[in-house]
Ligand binder design. Structure first.
Ligand code: NAD
Length: 493
């Protein structure tokens, strides 16, 4: 394992904002009550900036602006081609600033800089994709010759409330902003309070790209204040939420009296199933990447690895050795593969699971802080073997660089283990038996399956989970469906 020196612990990018504000109706503003919250840098856990702490009054103001822009502004009435041009300009600007965006995101979230760069590019791609899709969009028409004709009008819905988590903040915001704006809605974004820095950059990008005033509004703040007020606002008919399953449940309940449209992208505890006939080198590389990239703070992380008995011992030995070679380091260092976890609260949660794991299973790698990192939220990639299916580290989402490995003897047992948790977001299957690969994928309870491959996603495919991992699918036309009303017009001929 390559250790880094404890020398330059704090890398502070130039040009950080002196405070982070809301952006409402085309202007940067503080909270109505002047309240702020501390934003920490995960390498030192020191406050580096104060952000405006939005409350109901700020949400009310932002929703009113978004409503006005929807009712009176040009955005919902523009031709798809015109909106598409603005979205392409947004993508161009994001692309041209990818290094700066990555630098700020990495500083704020603790993600390794190389991976933050990939996420910035993905954000640009999300805008480009929906810019193209909205132009290519065809509406359905159905004919019964001589009798009847029917066609579908697609209409933007109104003010979309977008609530996002901290793990890949800028990219996940783009995943909602892209389709919500492409379809002609106006939006209020409530980003995660741990990582508000990159979200504050959207305002400048959108202004430069020519997005009309009031179409995009940003309110920072805590979930229970700003997020809650957005969910309960009667003039916000749509909520797209990404975050923890239990927050999703709460939001579901709070939105119910308003009968809002809801899209829920929630937690995961995704299995990677490795059969004895798999290409072992590829499976090990991919399952290492699957749980340790993005600091393990990835909703689709393959955080449980199920391994067929004949190769189990060899797999565990090689996997532990490879986990030990993963480079833990300062987020800004291009050599870093695992950076600092986002926040001391989250760090405490991950470390407490590691302690639980030590009493539940066999620790074969990591389990402590890396040498030379006395401050900040650093954890060594941690591997537990012989994990029983009723162990908490097998059942519960840890959302950090911690993986549970469990042996199995038959396909039936593998399926039972894979499906034996409350979540159902992603699954990874490694086998060279074609029939087994397809049949097993079909039987697995997961919204997305990667066969002999890793986490690369085509933007046209559905994204979402089953069971406690979410409700509704976004991605490709499904996102367009979520952000539009589809009105059927029937004509008798
Ligand atoms: P979280 O649920 O704590 O917070 C997510 C967002 O919801 C934040 O902006 C937060 O302020 C807000 N929020 C919190 N309470 C709220 C309330 N009562 N009303 C309205 N808004 C509220 O999640 P997190 O810790 O930020 O993110 C990690 C979680 O997100 C993990 O469970 C992870 O699996 C999940 N996630 C899922 C996906 C996916 O696509 N399925 C992607 C990324 C992350």
């Amino acid at each position: 394992r390559e250790a880094q020196s404890a020398g330059a612990t704090r890398h502070v990018p130039e040009g950080l904002p002196s405070r982070i504000q809301h952006y409402i109706d085309g202007e940067f503003v503080d909270s109505a009550d002047g309240d702020t919250f501390d934003v920490l840098d995960p390498v030192t856990n020191e406050t580096y900036v104060l952000a405006a702490a939005g409350k109901k009054a700020d949400i009310d103001r932002a929703v009113a602006a978004a409503r006005r822009a929807f009712a009176e502004g040009p955005w919902p009435r523009m031709l798809p081609r015109e909106r598409s041009r603005v979205l392409h300009r947004i993508a161009d600007i994001v692309e041209s600033r990818d290094a700066r965006l990555a630098q700020l995101e990495s500083f704020d979230s603790g993600l390794p800089i190389t991976q933050a760069l990939g996420q910035a590019r993905r954000a640009a791609e999300n805008f480009r994709f929906f810019a193209d899709l909205i132009v290519a969009q065809a509406d359905d028409a159905y004919k019964v010759p001589g009798r009847q004709m029917n066609y579908v009008n697609r209409k933007p819905i109104g003010v979309a409330g977008l609530i996002t988590p901290w793990n890949t903040p800028f990219m996940l915001e783009s995943w909602k902003l892209g389709p919500a704006l492409a379809t002609g809605n106006t939006v209020v974004l409530k980003p995660a309070e741990f990582t508000p820095l990159s979200a504050s950059l959207w305002a400048g990008i959108f202004e430069e790209a020519g997005l009309p005033k009031g179409v995009f509004n940003l309110v920072n703040g805590l979930g229970e204040d700003a997020g809650d007020a957005l969910v309960k606002h009667p003039d916000v008919p749509l909520i797209s939420f990404t975050g923890e399953s239990r927050t999703g449940q709460l939001i579901f309940g709070n939105a119910a009296p308003f009968l809002k449209g809801l899209s829920m992208e929630l937690g995961g505890k995704s299995p990677a199933v490795v059969f004895a006939d798999a290409d072992l080198d590829a499976a090990i590389d991919a399952t290492i990447f699957g749980v340790f990239s993005l600091n393990g703070e990835r909703c689709t992380a393959g955080s449980r690895i199920l391994v067929e008995r004949p190769i189990y011992d060899e797999f565990v030995r090689r996997y532990a050795a490879q986990a030990d070679r993963v480079v833990v380091g300062y987020p800004h260092d291009p050599k870093t593969e695992v950076g600092a976890l986002v926040h001391p609260e989250h760090y405490e949660k991950v470390v407490s699971y590691i302690e639980i794991g030590k009493s539940e299973a066999r620790l074969v790698a990591g389990g402590d802080r890396p040498e030379g990192f006395e401050t900040g939220n650093f954890v060594r990639p941690t591997v537990f073997a012989d994990v029983a299916p009723d162990a908490r580290i097998f059942q519960e989402e840890i959302f950090g660089p911690v993986v549970a490995i469990t042996p199995f003897d038959t396909d039936e047992e593998a399926l039972e283990l894979a499906n034996g948790v409350r979540y159902g977001l992603a699954a990874y299957v490694w086998t060279n038996d074609l029939k087994r690969a397809h049949n097993f994928s079909q039987a697995i309870e997961a919204g997305m399956v990667w066969l002999n491959s890793n986490n690369v996603r085509d933007l046209r495919t559905p994204f979402g989970g089953v069971k406690a991992s979410g409700l509704g699918h976004e991605g490709g036309y499904r996102s367009i469906d979520f952000y539009t009303d589809q009105q059927a017009v029937h004509i008798t001929l």
